[in-house]
Structures are given as C-alpha cells and as structure tokens.
Design a protein around this ligand. Structure first.
Ligand code: C2E
Ligand code: MG
Ligand code: MG
Length: 764
C-alpha cells in the first residue's frame, strides 16, 4: 500500500513538474503565480515523500516539518494566485508582507521543531486498520496555531473566490468554479485525513489535480472559452451573415443575420444552409480555391438587398483544411447611397432627366455603339420662359419644366434618351424612324393647360439636327439643333426647324457683327442715310433716317444684314441713340438754314422701350438742338406695339403731349392692326405698298387699302405709303386719298450730303 502510494506520489510529482513546463511555455499573466504554487506544491510532495520513506526519526521529523511548512507556502501562493486571478486589488503590499512574515515565522518554528518537539512528535507505529508501519504524528498545542493560520489562509482564498463567483457574469463563473471545486475537495480531504489520523495524507494527491485544473482552466480552457463566448457574441451582433461549415459540409454555426437571411431558425435545422453550400459547390465545380468573393442579391420581405459574399477555407497550422466559412456582407446601404449619389450626379433634380454632362456622355455611347442607325439630335426651347417666371411665378415655371420633361418622354424607344441641358432647354437623341415631329409639336402644345390665361401662349420651338457623322461630338450636334431654333426661321413661330449649314454661316455672321459693333460705332462706320418723303404735290416734306454700315472690308452693309442681329443682342439701343442724335443735329442744321418745315423720321426698336427712357432722351434731344419736336418723328413698327401695349401707350402719349409725331411703321404687316388703332392715337400710318403687291386678288386689296386710308383720315391720322416704285402706284394711291409717299420712285436712301445736294441745293 505504502509502496503503491509512493509510486503514485512520484507519478504525480512528475505531473506537477510537467505542469510547470507547460506554464512556463504559455507565458500567461498568471504564469508566475502558478509556477510559485507548483513549486511550493512540489516541495510539499517531495518533503512528504521523503518523510514517508525515511526510517530515521530525526530525518522524518525534519521532512514532516518541511512538509507542514511547505503547506504554509502552498496556501500563501494559492492566496496570491486567487487574488491575482480574481483581480482583487484590496490586498495591499503591507498585508502581503504581513502574511509573508507569518509564513516565515511558522516555517522557522516548524523546522526548529526537530530540537524542541513542541509542535509535533513522531513515533513509529503500526496502523490498526491497514497494518501499515508508519510514523504516527502527535500534535502539540502550538501546532494548532499553525493549522489555524493555514485554514485562515485557505478560507480567505475560498471567500474571495466565492465572492467573485456570486458577483461575476454567468460566463465568468466557470472560470472560478474550475479552481474553487478542486480547492474545496483538497481542503475537505485534508481535514478528513487530520481528523481520522489516517497514516497517509491523501489530500496531497488531489493537490496535483488542483494544480492541473488550475493550469488547464486558467491557461487554456477559460481563456479559450471566454474568447469563444466573446467572439460568438460579437459575430452574433454582426450586420454581416456568417456561416461556418465543417469539412463534411455540415453547417456548424450560423449567426442571427445569416439565419434571418436564409429564413432558418438559429440552432435549428440548417438544411437550407447546407443546401446553399451544396449548390454553390456544384455551380463552381466543387471549387477548390482557398478564398473567393462575389456578389449576390436577395429579396427579404419584398426588399431587394445586395450582398458581397466571401468564401474562405479554414486551415490548421499544418495546412490541413478543417472547415470553411461564408461571409455575407450587406452592402445594400452602400450600394443604395452610391446609386443615389450617382443619380444626383447624373440627373437633373427638378425634372429627373439626365443632366447636361450625362446626356452628352450617354449620347456618345449610343452613337459609338450603333453608328449605322440614322438619328436626330432634337432640342427644345420654351420661348420667353423668363416671362412665365415673371408673370406666373417660379413655381409655375418649375411646373412647366417638369411637364415639358415628361412630355419629352413620349417615346420610350430603345436608345432614345432625353436630358435637360439648360434652364428651359431640353435635348433628345432619337432614331429617325422613331422621331415624329407632329407628335412632338402636339405634345408640347399640351403645356398650355397649365396656364389659365388665354392671353399668354406657351410656345415651344423644336430644333432638329440630322446626324450625319456619328463621331461628331454630341455637344456640337446639340449646338446645331439649338442654332436651328435661334435662326430667323425658328424665331418666326415655326415649331420645328431643321438645321442646315447656312445657319452656321448666319451664326458666324451674327457673332462677327456683335464683336465688331462697338468698334464700328466708335469709328463712325455707321452712317445716317436719308430717304425722301414726298407729298402728293411732289414737294419734299422730309425724310426717313436709315442706318448704313460702311464696313472697311465688306463695303456698304444694308440694315437687313445687321439690324436684326444688333436688335437680338440689345446693341440696337446704342445704334438708335446714335442715329437719333445725327437726325436731331441735322434738323438743327436745316433749321439754321431756314428749312424748318422739313422733318426727319427715326426708327425706334422694341428693345429701346425697355432699356432707354424714351421720353427723357427725345425731349433732351429736342432741347439740346433747339428743334421743334414735331420735326423729329418717331417710327414704331406695329409688331412692337402689339406686345406690352399699355406700357408703350403711356410713353408714347407723353411724347405726343410734348409735341412729337408718332408714326406707325409697316402698318398692315401684323395681325391686329385695326384693333390697335382703337387704343393708340397715332399721328401717321406708314403703309407698305407691299400690302398691295403680295396679294393675289388685287381688286380686293385695293378696296381694303382705300378703306384703311379713308378710315385713317376720318380718325385724323395722316397716311404715308412707303415702297412706291411706279407712277401708277402714286396715281392710284393719290386717288385713294394718300397724301405722302416714300419709295424708290423718288429716291433710294442716300447719304445726307447727296440728299442735300439733290433736294436742298436750290434752297437757301
Ligand atoms: P423701315 O423703317 O420700314 O424702312 C423702310 C425700308 O424700306 C428701308 O429699307 C428702305 O430702303 C426700303 N424702301 C424704301 N422705298 C422702297 C422701295 O420703293 N422699294 C423697296 N423694295 N424698298 C424700299 P432699309 O433702309 O434697308 O431698312 C430696313 C429696315 O431696317 C427699316 O425698315 C427699319 O425697320 C430698319 N432700320 C433701318 N435703320 C434703322 C435704324 O437706324 N434703327 C432701327 N431701329 N431700325 C432701322
Ligand atoms: Mg421705318
Ligand atoms: Mg417701314
């Protein structure tokens, strides 16, 4: 029995030494404390082993004393370990030193017991129960102080462990139980051996188990368990799905997100997950790759979600696969945000159509992809869009734009795209076969319903460019379609205008006029020509001032080639003021020469009403040159008067009150000529004889012309017919009652010097 115990003890001793090796290797924060505990335990076991083996009483006394002392040290180390393990900080250095001192004194007393034998004595005896020869120990009173001290230390360690056990979370309890339970067993057994006076202390054997348990739990099981618990709770909370499989294709773990995604219950039947894995393998021919990534789309609760799926093989240190994992990263939000940003960067916020840059980019892609399809670049422009904003408010302006955009989408044909290029300018790339200009016009006409004002008509111009070279830049194509809108054809109410190359020439011409204008004005390249105004009696009554541009390179340029351009750009006000000044100066000149009865008519453009204070300008001119206002006549075309009549009337009547004569130019060329006469008290009507020439039924035209002349006279308005070229015309018009004429029959517009030379040379 004794021999067997000795052998077991020796084996356990070896076990403790093994634990020491493991502890040193593991390099944990508890390593030092565990090593000290193991060292104290080894000394205790060695001492106890030698005590059991020795026959010499003195040696047995010493080894038994050493054994009892090492129990002191063991418990002190246990206490130190427990304090560290439970992270108890109230154990100050002072208390530690106090314990250390007590243990040292106790050790000294126990080792010195060989001399005095006050603590315990030994006697050789035969154990009654087992018949075993052994050293029977009798304890003296002081020994019980030692025993009390030992149990005190053990109780303290136990109390600390118990307190921690109660307070800590469920996951941490295991950590303390692994230490607490063997410790209680060892202490219990030790108490049992003491009370029964059994020849051998079996608790020492269990001490080894305690050591192994502490090593295993504190160095391996608990950290790993905690790590697993922590990792699992982290992975559980992931917004990403995690699926772990073993090498046999069995799903061993799926976090909540993955279960939700595949509609399975966590911890339940994972057949659906295993099916997913199986199918993926089949699709990828059992893919042996170590890792892979791809995208997948799932529809959960009717919502489309995007996942980035990663597959990763799991390998051990030797490189052998022991499983694999699928990571499903939810990228829905990122993709949604990206799409949103992309949408905002490529679309117009108000109308939802492509924005300028993206439209051109898309158009280029389509044109390059299918260069053989015949296509049009179409551009639309809402005429006077600014006016809609001004008259009906910006909100209405926005509604018109939104409706215009949706009307543009009338065709959902393949490769037909629409974009908003500027404020009220839209563009569309469409194949020839799908472009229906009539429908486009009809659609744009629908915008009118938005505005509850029959006086205001929304007009949309459509410019079309036939794409001949698909490699041309879409921007250029658009510019050309737009050029068609801005060409004279487009301006005169034609709804659909096709681009032709002359428009480009026209544009170039317009640009050069605008760029040269200022310089030309400063240089005096603009001249005033005069065309005589002759009475029915053949007498000169006055003249009309007409501008001419004496271009140094191009020679004499007629108004038809520059007036509309400078009018469009607003430069006309500069030219008009210049001519008005020349006319006023000439009138002063004539007045000084005694030709006071002669008048000069000057042209006033529509733009002048908006940018010039006409009343101030004309009255100042009259005063500056000291001329009578009824000699400087003001010509306004009836088309100008037709828009914004009220504002015009106000200015004109003030001018009339001052004494100026108002002449309505080109009377009969507009549509509401007669109607207008109701409101405006003009002094003179200038009727173009073209009115006669262009009509097929001359007889009817004559009736109308003579009625107009008659009506004018009855209203107290003088009539001048311009454009007269023949004697017959003069005769006929005189018969009708017209008293004044202007036309090539008398003279073309001529430079002032020539005019004076012809008409005024005989005069004073
Ligand atoms: P308008 O004011 O109606 O001027 C009369 C035009 O008819 C002049 O053309 C004149 O040369 C032309 N004309 C006169 N008699 C005959 C004729 O017997 N047969 C034909 N075929 N034509 C005749 P012009 O000088 O080329 O001026 C054209 C238009 O340009 C003018 O029409 C006027 O609206 C505008 N314009 C000319 N100068 C100025 C200017 O200084 N300021 C403004 N705002 N407009 C001007
Ligand atoms: Mg005129
Ligand atoms: Mg005229």
């Amino acid at each position: 029995m004794k021999t067997m115990f000795i052998m077991v003890l020796a084996m356990f001793l070896a076990g403790v030494i093994g634990c020491c090796v493991v502890t040193v290797r593991k390099k944990s924060e508890y390593s030092a404390a565990i090593l000290r505990l193991l060292a104290a335990g080894s000394v205790a076991m060695a001492a106890y082993l030698l005590f059991l083996l020795t026959e010499n009483r003195t040696a047995a006394m010493f080894f038994d004393g050493l054994y009892f002392a090492s129990i002191d040290w063991m418990l002190l180390c246990m206490l130190a370990f427990v304090l560290r393990y439970t992270n108890t900080r109230s154990y100050t250095k002072f208390i530690r030193n106090l314990f250390l001192l007590a243990v040292c004194i106790d050790t000294l007393v126990l080792l010195c017991n060989v001399g005095g034998e006050k603590m315990f004595t030994l006697e050789r005896g035969i154990h009654a129960g087992t018949g075993m020869s052994y050293w029977s120990v009798s304890f003296g009173r002081p020994f019980y102080y030692h025993l009390g001290f030992c149990y005190g230390m053990a109780s303290l360690a136990l109390a600390i462990l118990l307190a921690k056990l109660v307070k800590s979370s469920r996951r941490y309890r295991k950590m303390y139980l692994y230490t607490l339970i063997p410790f209680v067993v060892v202490l219990g057994l030790n108490a049992f051996c003491h009370t029964t006076k059994y020849p051998v202390d079996f608790s020492l054997l269990l001490y080894v188990l305690l050591a192994v348990s502490i090593c295993y739990s504190s160095l391996y099981a608990v950290p790993r368990g905690l790590l697993e618990d922590t990792l699992i709770s982290v992975v559980e909370d992931f917004s990403n799905g995690i699926l772990c499989f073993d090498v046999r294709g069995k799903c061993i773990y799926a976090n909540e997100k993955a279960c939700e995604l595949f509609g399975v219950e966590q911890g339940g039947d994972y057949a659906a997950l295993e099916q997913y894995d199986k199918k993926w393998r089949e699709d990828n021919c059992g893919d042996p790759a170590e890792s892979r990534e791809w995208e997948e789309t799932y529809t959960t609760a009717g919502e489309e979600r995007f996942y980035n799926v990663g597959y990763q093989q799991l390998k051990d240190e030797r490189g052998d696969a022991f499983g694999y994992v699928f990571r499903l990263t939810d990228r829905t939000e990122a993709i949604r945000r990206f799409r949103e940003e992309q949408y905002l960067a490529t679309h117009d916020r108000l109308t939802g159509l492509y924005n300028r840059e993206y439209f051109f980019q898309k158009a280029e892609q389509i044109l390059r992809r299918k260069p053989d399809t015949e296509r049009y670049m179409v551009c639309t422009n809402i005429r006077n869009f600014k006016l809609i904003n001004d008259l009906f408010g910006e909100e209405m302006g926005d509604r018109v734009l939104v409706d215009q955009a949706s009307l543009l989408k009338f065709s959902n044909y393949e490769d037909c795209i629409q974009g908003r290029i500027g404020a009220d300018k839209f563009a569309m790339l469409v194949s020839k076969e799908n472009f229906n200009p009539e429908l486009a016009v009809k659609n744009t006409g629908k915008l009118q319903y938005l505005i509850n004002d029959s006086n205001y008509k929304i007009q949309v111009s459509i410019g079309v460019y036939r794409i001949e070279d698909p490699n041309e830049s879409p921007q250029v194509m658009y510019d050309r379609a737009n050029m068609a809108i801005e060409s004279p054809q487009g301006e005169y109410n034609k709804a659909v205008v096709y681009y032709d190359s002359r428009m480009l020439e026209q544009l170039m011409h317009e640009k050069s006029v605008v760029s040269e204008f200022e310089h030309a004005l400063e240089e005096g390249q603009f001249q005033m020509y005069l065309q005589p105004l002759v009475g029915a009696d053949g007498e000169l009554k006055g003249a009309e001032a007409l501008a001419r541009w004496k271009h140094p390179a191009q020679g004499l340029i007629q108004p038809i080639d520059f007036i509309s351009v400078v009018e469009k750009s607003g430069l006309i006000i500069r030219l008009d003021e210049y001519i008005w000044e020349l006319a006023a100066r000439k009138l002063r000149d004539w007045k000084e020469r005694g030709l006071e009865e002669l008048s000069i008519s000057v042209n006033v453009s529509g733009k002048d009403f908006y940018y010039v204070d006409l009343y101030k300008t004309f009255t100042e001119l009259a005063e500056k040159y000291g001329i009578s206002p009824d000699r400087l006549n003001i010509e306004i075309t009836e088309t100008v008067l037709m828009t914004d009549l009220e504002m015009h009337l106000e200015v004109l009547s003030r001018l009339q009150e001052y004494g100026f004569c108002i002449e309505i130019d080109d009377f009969g060329s507009g549509y509401s000529s007669l109607n207008m006469l109701k409101d405006i008290r003009a002094d003179v009507l200038k009727i173009d004889v073209l009115f006669l020439r262009e009509t097929e039924n001359k007889e009817r035209s004559r009736v109308i012309l003579s009625s107009v002349i008659d009506m004018a006279k009855r209203l107290g308005i003088s009539v001048i017919t311009e454009g007269v070229e023949t004697k017959e015309q003069i005769q006929m018009l005189t018969d009708m009652g017209c008293e004044m004429f202007q036309g090539f029959y008398f003279s073309q517009p001529v430079p002032v010097e020539k005019f004076e030379e012809i008409y005024l040379s005989g005069r004073p």
